[in-house]
Write a protein that binds this ligand. Structure first.
Ligand SMILES: [Zn+2]
Length: 242
């Protein structure tokens, strides 16, 4: 990997510098949640957060060990995925994050992992059915499968956006790849990444024991509405895209 030269001055407009610094610290700290919940190995996985009021987001640099991911290591990109501030190359998934921010204005955070159980469902191309109340709370139904897409152009981002637009879920399992999650901010997207793995694991184990019992659609709706609209106002950390 070629090391980019260190910019002598930031291209971040002065009025957004304080927000960028706060977000650098927040996004760096949230990466520790991915390792804490064992959602990632080696340098895989990434968190990004949109800079409020600016066409910018903060994202993990490419190929850096989790132990070295402090605020200064984070990079800032514009919504076309171009590097605006930082001394390293942005994550190889930056184009997908940028596509989501361009097309889903309500989204303030994006997370991608290859967490084991969620990715196992993705490899089978099977949505995770909504057979747990916690899944109804968080996802409002099944966790959908997105299309198979290769890295390198907009096809991953387009697959994420098109799938999430048809669903209440803040998580999509990209086929043969793994989960992408969104939220109103980076923390909410991380929470969705933790929950998608937890639900995928529990439903997988349930399947080993027998057929899970369905939850009636009306009850799924009721659980989702209560959690998102009543509980969510207190917690301020859920983040559906519906
Ligand atoms: Zn990936």
């Amino acid at each position: 990997m070629s090391a980019p030269s260190t910019p002598t001055s930031s291209q971040v407009p002065a009025e957004h510098r304080a927000a960028v610094q706060r977000l650098r610290e927040e996004v760096a700290a949230l990466h520790a949640e991915l390792t804490r919940y064992q959602l990632v190995v080696w340098t895989a996985g990434n968190v990004s957060g949109r800079v409020p009021g600016a066409d910018l987001f903060v994202i993990k640099p490419s190929g850096v060990a989790y132990d070295e991911l402090d605020a200064a290591a984070m990079v800032v990109c514009d919504l076309d995925g171009n590097l605006v501030e930082g001394t390293r190359q942005p994550s190889s998934d930056t184009a997908a994050h940028a596509y989501v921010y361009r097309h889903l204005p309500q989204v303030g955070g994006v997370v991608h992992t290859h967490s084991t159980y969620a990715t196992a469902w993705a490899a089978r191309g099977e949505p995770v059915p909504c057979v747990l109340t916690m899944a109804a709370d968080e996802f409002g139904g099944e966790i959908p499968i997105g299309p198979f897409a290769l890295i390198g152009d907009d096809s991953i981002g387009r697959g994420i956006v098109e799938t999430l637009r048809e669903s209440r879920s803040p998580a999509v399992l990209m086929q043969n790849h793994g989960p992408f999650t969104v939220g109103r901010d980076a923390r909410a997207a991380v929470k969705a990444a933790v929950m998608v793995e937890d639900v995928a694991r529990t439903v997988h184990i349930t399947r080993q024991l027998g057929e899970p019992l369905p939850i009636a659609q009306a009850d799924v709706d009721s659980l989702f509405d209560r959690y998102q609209n009543v509980y969510g106002q207190v917690q301020q950390e859920t983040g559906g895209v519906a």
